[in-house]
Design a binder for this molecule. Structure first.
Ligand SMILES: [Zn+2]
Length: 449
């Protein structure tokens, strides 16, 4: 029994872990796209498979973020015909994610949709699913990260239980149930994206969102929020519905449009609505009370590209108040770019970052810029006049306390832990914390090599 990492051993992207049961007999947990520093030198994103998958008999998908599924087309192109196990929600969302990422693809898989349909197997949370080729069995539990996200428990042929955390969400992520700690693990493979820090102010995130938006409304103009199409956009809509529910009568909020300018985000939002059975207790209670957390009257969706361009022009000229949510989340492409180019030079504009802006992205460049500074954005020069705000508390990842609690709340401490999916120094910092927990066995890091 051997664990081999084909990504996310040194950084946070390209998750792909191979469980080798015997020579030429293995299964994969995730098959994600490597980006930025995790990609081989000189590559923005690398969707080539990069390893021999001829022994792989099954793929387990923890969730549909591109850094966990982006190399699936390459895996299929390499001749993989085995089952792809995922939760029912992930089975629905996966084709959308891969379709959206098709522009990144260097090895298009012509019959991708067809093959996905043939090979995807939906496994509901909490049910044991036999694996092919005598590889054992699999059970998913809630990971609370995005809709459909799961951790995977594997009972392997040698009698050991290995648990892969996938990405773990914060306990109070809107719409989603909290992550469920497993009972036991001979080996726990755990993510560590924020293994060295704690998120502040998650409980007040909605209240601070309201305060910032109200401040931006008073001076008119557009409030721009760059956000990822899956997860973050729906969390924002959920918070906006709550604010509108409370303040609908107030002059400031009356008839303020909340605009989602992203066909992809709109499609994901429709799926989120359809899958309301998977929402957490709070969200379902709102539904029962006759509210519509993801489809309120002030919500406007822009699909057509001409409508998008017309709206950018209109907002730039009129300065009428509006909230616009558009991707990409780090401003390195997508419809948010036209808004930034048209509106960042206007002092009435407010730009609100709700997510992590990675080093080297345009989002980070804008977040770090001084007022009046000249910026180059997508071939255009802009003098920054807009106000830039940062709102923390919207992270889709567990922080250090959450991760440690996840381990402490296991029925018995894990016999061994492998820390992955974090910057090397973060993995080390989190491993040091884990070693102090009573009963936890050997702790190693993917970045140790
Ligand atoms: Zn993720």
């Amino acid at each position: 029994m051997e664990l081999v990492h084909h990504g996310a051993a040194y950084g946070v992207t390209g998750s792909c872990h191979e469980v080798v049961v015997a020579p030429g007999l293995s299964l994969l947990v995730d098959c994600g796209l490597r980006q930025g520093r995790d990609a081989p030198a000189g590559q923005g994103a690398d969707d080539r498979l990069g390893f021999d998958a001829s022994g792989v008999r099954a793929l387990i998908v923890t969730h549909v973020h591109i850094d966990h599924v982006g190399r699936i087309p390459a895996l299929l192109a390499s001749g993989f015909t085995g089952p792809i196990f995922a939760t029912p929600a992930s089975v629905l969302l996966l084709p959308l994610t891969l379709e959206d990422a098709s522009s990144l693809r260097s090895n298009p898989c012509a019959d991708l949709d067809l093959r996905l349909r043939r090979q995807l197997v939906a496994v509901p949370y909490g049910q044991w699913q036999p694996l092919p080729a005598g590889l054992g069995q699999l059970r998913f539990q809630h990971a609370g990260h995005i809709l459909g996200s799961a951790l995977a428990e594997l009972d392997l042929p040698n009698g050991e239980r290995w648990v892969f955390s996938g990405d773990l969400g914060a306990p109070d992520t809107p719409l989603l149930p909290d992550p469920a700690s497993p009972q036991r693990a001979d080996l726990l493979v755990i993510e560590s994206t924020y293994g060295d820090r704690s998120h502040q102010g998650r409980a007040e995130r909605g209240e601070r969102l309201r305060q910032i938006i109200e401040r931006t409304l008073r001076d008119g103009g557009t409030t721009l929020i760059p956000a990822f199409a899956i997860g973050r956009t729906q969390e924002l809509l959920y918070e906006f519905e709550q604010i509108l529910h409370q303040f609908r009568g107030s002059p400031l909020w009356r008839e303020l449009p909340i605009i989602v300018d992203s066909p992809l985000a709109a499609r994901f939002t429709r799926h989120y609505r359809r899958l309301a059975a998977l929402w957490d207790e709070e969200a379902r209670q709102r539904l029962q009370a006759g509210r519509h957390p993801l489809s309120f009257t002030e919500l406007v969706t822009i699909d057509d590209h001409r409508d998008h361009l017309a709206l950018v022009n209109r907002l730039a000229q009129s300065g009428e108040p509006a909230v616009v949510i558009a991707g990409s989340g780090m401003c390195n492409g997508g419809r948010i770019m036209n808004y930034l180019k048209a509106l960042l030079g206007d002092a009435r504009t407010d730009l609100l970052f709700v997510g992590y802006q990675a080093d080297g992205t345009p989002g980070r460049m804008i977040a770090d810029a001084e007022p009046g500074q000249r910026l180059w954005l997508d071939g255009a020069e802009i003098c920054l006049a807009a106000q830039v705000h940062q709102l923390s508390g919207f992270s889709a990842h567990a922080d250090q306390d959450d991760l440690l609690r996840f381990v402490r709340q296991m029925g018995s401490p894990p016999k061994a832990v492998r820390v992955v999916h974090g910057e090397p120094q973060v993995q080390q910092a989190f491993a040091r914390q884990l070693r102090q927990l009573p009963g936890v066995g050997v702790v190693s890091c993917g970045s140790d090599g």
